[in-house]
Design a protein around this ligand. Structure first.
Ligand SMILES: [Zn+2]
Length: 278
């Protein structure tokens, strides 16, 4: 009834200290650690996920853009952008990827859903000027203006037409998640609050009969980090981030769940094999 496909839209590299923050270190100390860290992780995928449901196709996140590697695209005044390296070829952007799959972005998607407004999730928005775009209201509120620009967002690069449908998680609870925002009338696809990586971050839950897909965005960078309850190095709210990891684990303990973070090199394989979190 529900099918999920992983779509890789280029690669991201980050410091090891960003992928997992040091235990016992506060949020500011962890950011200093990222600047001091000489070690980069191997290139990680930038994943979007396509969910097919009888009511339509839903795309979760839009990846980044090839323009990210063009001089002047990233604001030079923010040194944090030098701690991350994005490599996207033009044909790897989400628009061409969907067309390679025989899909017309304008005609064949019921909605584009954003887990949060970081640049490597919004960089492909230009491909969707005619689509319904859904995002968490609480995260949007901290992603615009100068504040957003200092926090990994590029609102100055968003398409000028962008007017996302901003949603609150005031729908029915799902397992350990106190609220949700249903995307389909049967509630099988829904956003759930997973704050911590950033304020107002959401994950997308897609419940099929035999298995549930937990499209985690950046709520965790990897299933290994989730299992070990390791929070990332960029979170401003470590308590919220850890509570989110525990909630995802509790959710996955209640039902067979395939966990799909946006930057986990193993997400696509787990999805293909329907390997559930255990
Ligand atoms: Zn992010």
């Amino acid at each position: 009834m529900i099918k999920v496909t992983a779509i890789e839209t280029g690669k991201a590299r980050m410091k090891t200290a960003q992928r997992a923050g040091r235990e016992g270190r506060g949020a500011i100390g962890r950011k200093i650690d990222i600047f001091r860290d000489p070690d980069w992780v191997d290139p990680l995928p930038i994943l979007c996920f396509l969910i097919e449901h009888p009511e339509g196709r839903f795309l979760v996140d839009t990846g980044d853009t090839w323009r990210n590697s063009e001089p002047g695209y990233l604001p030079g005044w923010n040194p944090f952008y030098r701690q991350v390296s994005i490599r996207v070829a033009p044909q790897e952007e989400i628009g061409p990827r969907l067309r390679d799959m025989g899909l017309d972005p304008a005609r064949d998607l019921a909605a584009v859903v954003l887990t949060h407004f970081h640049h490597d999730h919004t960089g492909g928005l230009d491909h969707f000027p005619h689509n319904r775009i859904v995002g968490p209201r609480e995260n949007y509120a901290v992603s615009t203006g100068i504040k957003g620009m200092t926090m990994g967002c590029l609102p100055q690069r968003w398409p000028i037409w962008l007017k996302p449908e901003l949603v609150a998680m005031d729908g029915p609870p799902i397992g350990p998640f106190a609220g949700s925002f249903p995307l389909t009338s049967d509630g099988r696809i829904a956003l759930a609050p997973t704050p911590g990586h950033v304020t107002g971050h959401c994950s997308v839950i897609a419940r099929d009969d035999d298995v549930t897909y937990f499209i985690a965005g950046d709520a965790t960078y990897s299933q290994d980090n989730l299992r070990a309850e390791r929070t990332d190095g960029v979170s401003n709210d470590l308590a919220a981030a850890r509570a989110t990891l525990r909630a995802i684990k509790a959710f996955a303990a209640e039902r067979p769940t395939v966990v799909l973070p946006a930057h986990d090199p193993d997400s696509a394989r787990r999805l293909a094999e329907k390997e559930v979190f255990a």
